[in-house]
Design a protein around this ligand. Sequence first.
Ligand SMILES: [Ca+2]
Length: 210
Amino acid sequence: MDDLWAELERDRPLDQPHRERRRRIGAAASLAALAFVGIGLSSALFTDTQALGANDFTSGTVRIGTAPGTAVVSAGNMAPGDVVTGNVQVDNAGSLRLRYAVTASADDPDGKGLRSQLRLSIYSGVTPGACTLGNLAAGTLLGGPTGLATPAAIVGDNATGAQLGDRTLNATASEDLCVRVSLPLATGNAYQNATSTVTLTFDAEQTANN
Ligand SMILES: [Ca+2]
């Protein structure tokens, strides 16, 4: 600023060009002064900040279990016409409500195709103690009887989302299912001394947003 005013002093007396120059210099000086004042004002404002923390998130779990965990129903030395039953408890061991479906498959280690003769069905509404052939009529047939030459959907559909027959369980809830397997009377001699192991697969998924 001192330099500017010194220049103004040197320029006197003022002719027209000098007066214009002086006007421009004066305007520049005024802008510099305003900028200085502005800086001083902003540094003097009252301000405040509030941090709202502790916003915690945890994810839930989808866990399905069965009791027993293996061999719910078995039979040896079967004859055509035989029927066996077994109770399985399905547990929601997770923290989220779940939806589940049951698929059955069977192997054919001797190539005799016994799995194509077996008929599997699943009932609900039968207490564990009542899961016997004579009581099944009081339950609700969920699926079957179905042959197991190829994997078969017995209860619901394990495709993503809600389909007809899918079962739901709230967190920590459980339900009993009664599994029935028969060897029909029409089973012929080709299936004597044959063996097959059946696997039930319980597929569970969240119901929330699905
Ligand atoms: Ca489904």
